[in-house]
Design a protein around this ligand. Structure first.
Ligand SMILES: C[S@@+](CC[C@H](N)C(=O)[O-])C[C@H]1O[C@@H](n2cnc3c(N)ncnc32)[C@H](O)[C@@H]1O
Length: 383
């Protein structure tokens, strides 16, 4: 079967490496802009545990000869209806629950010149599919879903240049919406970005990791889920965010030591950390406060001697110039890349704490990054 994983722009190569590592039966892995396509023998629960991707879809069919005029919508809806939906539902039910009398929605994206819009396609396909699937179609308008019910199933239609790709989301909600993450505050991190950060940082189960700006605990939890049992400590100045992090970690089953602390006053030598992975305040959704209010430099400066050959991995708005700041403070910047997060250009930086310690990527990540950089299109590269 053909599957496609959606990613943040700039993280395609991290997702491709994760798919290759965690899904040994995946073949024909190919990167495109904001997606990684691959072949897989049959649905299984491992697909639902991918962490660096936003979502995974099963491509049920690709329909050619889709017209661009208004009357092409009815024709497309009937062709979608004629596909073999019973085996699709049975296969999905082999990896997750879909209740009887379920709710479903149809989400279309239309690229190129067409005399219809996404709502025309979504509503026509939804109406023709409802009796066949024996589900209730949740119609969508420009304001969102017409009902407060949540879909148990999403049918995706990607219409482009006379072709319609028909797909279904493997999960009921997008994969990036983690069930554990219910307590959140401003500027909380997108979980796939947190997971990618831990992968690029090259964390292993033997590391002792710390996040001094932990917010709701996303980085700690995603790292713990990759390496169950890892020693992870985390702190934040805001007691409410630390409480959120504790609750989220409890739901995720992640055993992380969360504390309230000003990052500028952390006794680094006592922590004995081998890696810091963090997403500091960007003075956008959340402002730096306490001892970090004027600059983050004091935190990086204080941590460096205690890291003893370890790594500092930072995800922050590109305008903060983190690589240059770290370079000026004696860190060895080993790797930087740009991703697009919430519409903003964001830099991901991995630096070593001491001379000659510039960390590199793992061979698998390096190989996928090289592929993304070469060939026909520079996939997902922003600079
Ligand atoms: C971008 S948010 C981190 C979001 C986090 N990664 C998450 O997933 O929720 C930055 C965090 O830095 C915290 N912060 C601001 N100044 C601080 C300081 N001096 N020491 C520690 N935390 C601070 C804020 O309370 C906020 O939670």
């Amino acid at each position: 079967m053909k599957l496609t994983a959606r990613t943040l722009r700039g993280l395609e190569w991290v997702a491709a490496a994760e798919i290759e590592r965690r899904l040994p039966e995946a073949t024909s892995i190919r990167m495109g802009s904001r997606e990684v396509a691959f072949e897989y023998p049959a649905l299984d629960a491992a697909l639902l545990r991918l962490q660096s991707v936003d979502d995974v879809f099963w491509v049920v069919s690709t329909l050619d000869g889709v017209g661009s005029t208004k009357d092409a919508v009815t024709d497309l809806a009937f062709r979608v209806q004629r596909l073999a939906w019973a085996p699709v539902l049975a296969e999905l039910r082999s990896v997750r629950e879909i209740p009887d009398g379920f709710f479903f929605d149809v989400v279309a994206s239309i690229d190129g010149a067409h005399r219809y819009n996404r709502f025309d396609v979504e509503n026509a396909a939804g109406e023709t599919l409802a009796p066949l699937l024996r589900g209730t179609h949740l119609a969508r308008t420009a304001e969102g879903l017409s009902s407060s019910d949540r879909p148990d199933l999403t049918v995706r239609l990607f219409v482009q240049d006379g072709t319609a790709v028909v797909a279904v989301r493997l999960t009921a909600a997008p994969l990036h919406r983690r069930p554990y993450k219910q307590a959140t505050g401003p500027g909380t991190l997108h979980p796939p970005a947190a997971a990618a950060l831990a992968m690029v940082a090259g964390v292993t189960a033997d590391d002792r990791v710390f996040d001094p700006f932990c917010g709701d605990g996303t980085i700690a939890i995603e790292t713990f889920l990759q390496h169950p049992g890892i020693a992870f400590g985390a702190s934040d100045l805001d007691p409410a965010r630390v409480e959120n992090a504790r609750q989220n970690a409890g739901r995720a089953g992640a055993d992380v030591d969360f504390r309230v602390a000003d990052a500028a006053l952390i006794p680094w030598a006592e922590l004995d950390a081998t890696a810091i992975i963090t997403n500091p305040p960007w003075n956008n959704a959340v402002h730096a406060a306490g001892g970090a209010e004027a600059s983050l430099d004091g935190v990086w400066r204080a941590a460096r001697p205690a890291l003893r050959g370890g790594r500092l991995c930072v995800l922050a708005d590109a305008k903060l110039g983190i690589p240059e700041r770290l370079d000026g403070l004696g860190y060895q910047v080993g790797f930087t890349t740009l991703i697009r997060l919430n519409g903003r250009l964001t830099s991901l930086v991995v630096a070593g704490a001491h001379e000659g310690s510039a960390p590199g990527l793992s061979p698998e990540l390096r190989a996928w990054r090289t592929i993304a950089h070469s060939g026909d299109g520079k996939v997902g590269f922003l600079a």
